[in-house]
Design a binder for this molecule. Structure first.
Ligand SMILES: [Zn+2]
Length: 628
């Protein structure tokens, strides 16, 4: 078969036969064809869904983003290890702007890995608990060195009272967060050494740091309050926590003994805490729990876990909404290995009145499917967890990196509306994606798979909540406001909230969104640009038919001065209304009828000020183009 013919068939298939491209190639036909492809692409990107105010805020976002691209041109943070770039990112004004964006929910976070260490430690320092705080820092402290624990008396050897020591909060953070530890290693770990990075995290107990502190009921509820307050500060209104089983909480009695609080007491306290919190903070939507086991556990243990979970879930159907298995996927057991017990969980979900689902971490791997199984007893490799998660009707997929190799499955996932929880910073720090410009999340999003941005273990990594991930995605993928709005919307739509709560969730988020748009719109329109000079560098096409209107694109720089202002395009003396497309492009429709075949100068008028382009447009008589 003729090669050209095959290419043209593939081309048509790719664009779903929607686009017929004009030919023959001349500048006019070329620009018509280009416009058609861009229209199609913009349709996919849903930019058209923004209202007029949002379109202005989108330009403002684009302007801030463009400044950040200039500032980071030779040192682009999303392409460098986050452990070295964290401070630079947080200082940037673009990050500060993204803090204000109403992000909806954070749907993939491990409850005791969320909060920035600094916030909890400062709050303990200002509380009576500081007197009880000890650090495991002496030579005979081997396991979990530099971890903290409360003691009233009987302090074992190896532990030092923090209050009486030289330890500062920032020193403790350096020793116990993954970014802190990676930065202090004598031999750096390569940015794609996934196993090496996980090993460091496990060896230093990075993910267990809060373990003892949050078992003490006073600190536990302080921790929760700080997490929720910080979420609201970053404009996150909904949290779906992954966490292990309940029932490890304690309080100190008068004699300093640890008295356990059982799981239903703990859950009742949490429910009461939640009610009070929402009463005081009515814009907060909800927090719920997805309970997990460690995937490395035996079949017997997972079976016991799931039976316990089912019993507990029946009593707290609004609070405990699902089940997952966690831990390094390449080292732990596969979903297939535990499938007998997981089928039980699935069968139970069908009887739970939609109050319970499975939410699997799956495809957090770079290995292909024919890679070795990780453990004795696992018949398949990590890659295949994606298949088993789908078999068990997972509501969402945590990470899903391996799907990058399987675009043939996108339609299946799209049709079933399974959202992917994309955690950029986590994927980078754990060595899965070194340069976030190549993170597959953008492919899923542009392919119409719903994605949500989530942060996994930010506190243990060394920062707070979710804005970091929004910064990395927006910069690395070149996102616009419509994309960010879509992610926020997805985080409510694909949350585990039941329908009536979801409606309320949307209402609360939309309120915040509208406030954000109003204040950003004001900021956008109050800008002044004393040092910006507008320059029109090119117009395309530079000729077109005299008897009908076409869109001519003006390319250039400094167009930001037109934000919030009306743009008049002038073809000689004839005027049309210009459209501000982005900070480098203005669209000028030609007049619908131009009586003579002439060449005219193009200028634009912004708020009564005229800018000459120095370029001409030519009206011609016959331009025959045919569709390809
Ligand atoms: Zn996770």
């Amino acid at each position: 078969m003729n090669l050209l013919f095959i290419i043209s068939i593939l081309f048509c298939l790719f664009f779903s036969n929607i686009i017929l491209l004009p030919l023959p190639f001349n500048q006019y036909a070329y620009m018509l064809a280009r416009e058609q492809i861009r229209q199609h692409d913009r349709g996919v990107q849903a930019q058209n869904n923004l209202n007029s105010k949002e379109k202005v805020v989108n330009l403002y976002l684009e302007l801030l983003q463009a400044k950040e691209y200039i500032n980071t041109k030779n040192y682009f943070y999303p392409s460098r290890p986050i452990e070295t770039e964290l401070e630079n990112i947080i200082k940037s004004s673009f990050y500060q702007f993204l803090t204000l964006l109403p992000k909806g929910g954070n749907l993939h976070i491990h409850e005791f890995q969320v909060l920035d260490r600094k916030l909890l430690l400062e709050s303990i320092k200002n509380s009576p608990e500081y007197d009880l705080l000890y650090i495991c820092d002496q030579n005979d402290c081997i396991k979990n060195k530099y971890h903290l624990r409360y003691y009233k008396d009987n302090v074992p050897s190896g532990w030092t009272k923090v209050k009486d020591s030289n330890w500062t909060i920032s020193d403790i953070i350096k020793k116990t967060t993954l970014t802190g530890i990676l930065n202090e290693l004598k031999t750096p770990i390569y940015s794609t050494d996934t196993e090496g990075r996980w090993n460091v995290a496990n060896q230093y107990g990075v993910f267990n740091f809060y373990d003892d502190l949050i078992r003490y009921n006073v600190t536990r509820f302080n921790y929760m309050k700080l997490v929720l307050d910080q979420a609201l500060d970053e404009n996150i209104q909904l949290l779906e926590f992954r966490r292990g089983f309940f029932g490890k909480l304690f309080y100190f009695d008068a004699n300093g003994l640890r008295i356990p609080i059982n799981e239903s007491e703990e859950l009742d306290l949490l429910l009461k805490f939640k009610q009070d919190y929402i009463l005081k903070n009515p814009k907060f939507i909800d927090f719920i729990f997805l309970i997990y086991s460690t995937r490395q556990l035996s079949k017997e243990q997972i079976k016991i876990d799931i039976n316990n979970l089912i019993n507990l879930q029946r009593t707290y159907p609004d609070f405990i909404r699902g089940y997952d298995m966690v831990g390094e996927e390449d080292q732990g057991h596969t979903i297939l290995f535990h499938s007998d017990s997981l089928m039980n969980a699935f069968n139970y979900s069908k009887t739970s009145n939609e109050s319970f689902d499975l939410f699997f971490h799956a495809g957090e791997t770079n290995w292909p499917e024919n890679h070795l199984p990780s453990n004795y007893g696992d018949g398949v490799s990590t890659f295949e967890n994606i298949y088993d998660a789908l078999v068990l009707r997972t509501r969402r997929i945590g990470h899903g990196l391996s799907l990058a190799k399987r675009p043939d499955m996108y339609e299946y996932i799209r049709e079933r509306q399974i959202a992917i929880e994309v955690c950029l910073a986590s994927n980078q720090i754990l060595g899965y994606v070194a340069d976030l410009r190549s993170h597959p999340g953008i492919v899923y999003h542009r392919s119409g798979i719903p994605i949500v941005l989530a942060s996994d273990d930010p506190g243990s990594f060394g920062y707070n909540q979710l804005t970091i991930d929004f910064y990395l995605a927006t910069m690395a993928w070149g996102l616009n406001l419509a994309d960010l709005k879509q992610f926020a919307w997805n985080s409510i739509q694909y949350s585990s909230l039941l329908d009536d709560r979801k409606t309320e969730g949307f209402r609360k988020w939309e309120n915040q969104w509208n406030l954000f748009i109003d204040s950003s719109y004001t900021l956008a329109c109050n800008q002044t640009f004393p040092n910006v000079i507008m320059n029109i560098s090119d117009i395309l096409p530079s000729y077109g038919p005299y008897d009908r209107s076409i869109n001519v694109t003006l390319f250039g720089s400094g167009f930001e001065i037109a934000i919030c202002k009306s743009i008049i395009c002038k073809f000689g003396e004839k005027e049309t209304n210009g459209i501000f497309l982005d900070i480098n492009e203005i669209i000028c429709p030609t007049p619908s009828i131009h009586n003579d075949l002439s060449t005219v100068p193009i200028s634009i008028v912004i708020n009564n000020e005229t800018f000459q382009s120095g370029l001409n447009y030519k009206f011609v008589s016959s331009l025959s183009v045919i569709d390809d």
